[in-house]
Design a protein around this ligand. Structure first.
Ligand SMILES: C[S@@+](CC[C@H](N)C(=O)[O-])C[C@H]1O[C@@H](n2cnc3c(N)ncnc32)[C@H](O)[C@@H]1O
Ligand SMILES: [Zn+2]
Length: 168
């Protein structure tokens, strides 16, 4: 069970709309479920080619290699939760359902953020990822991108598929 009165959606300094704590939240609390339509990864790839978007934006969340929750048309307020490289929340997947939990106590009025950790199929450098998926979280430890940084410096090849959020 999640309590929909725990959050409120309003404009964010990070990007567009964001989700804020409507009351004090406890460390470890299950705050809200990220709901939407369960689609296959192949269907998610058809939703959008990241490089074709003027500004990357999706409401897709991968629950495993095969399935993705698509919150584009119908979804809870959780779809408006922004990314931060220094998050106060995390996503937890249980039987293909996605829940957002508090990583620490969160005071009423704080914006909820988790680390999207986009996993890309292309062989991208960090500079590529910072250009395609730029981060504006303004945290002192911002890595500059919503994506998982590449494990090592590498040459870029191929075309990317739709990038979706994943639990870290
Ligand atoms: C699930 S939406 C989050 C809600 C979004 N702010 C909105 O109003 O629709 C995900 C998109 O929000 C934007 N976004 C989220 N966190 C961001 C960040 N730290 N820096 C830049 N853009 C961000 C990106 O465009 C990302 O694809
Ligand atoms: Zn950042």
């Amino acid at each position: 069970m999640t309590d929909s009165s725990a959050v409120v959606v309003r404009r964010s300094k990070i990007q567009g709309r964001g989700v804020y704590a409507a009351r004090n939240l406890a460390e470890g609390e299950r705050i809200i479920e990220y709901t939407g339509k369960l689609i296959t990864s192949a269907q998610a790839d058809a939703v959008g080619d990241d490089e074709q978007m003027r500004r990357h934006h999706t409401f897709l969340f991968a629950v495993d290699d095969k399935w993705v929750v698509d919150a584009t048309d119908e979804g809870s307020e959780a779809r408006y939760i922004n990314h931060s490289c220094d998050p106060n929340c995390e996503s937890v997947i249980v039987r293909r359902r996605v829940y957002i939990h508090a990583l620490r106590p969160i005071a009423e009025g704080e914006e909820l953020v988790y680390d999207y950790w986009y996993i890309t199929d292309g062989d991208y450098t960090l500079a590529d990822l910072q250009r395609i998926y730029p981060c504006r979280c303004k945290s002192p430890i911002c890595r500059g991108t919503l994506a998982r940084p590449p494990p090592q410096r590498s040459r870029r090849v191929g075309r990317d598929k739709a990038t979706v959020m994943r639990a870290r």
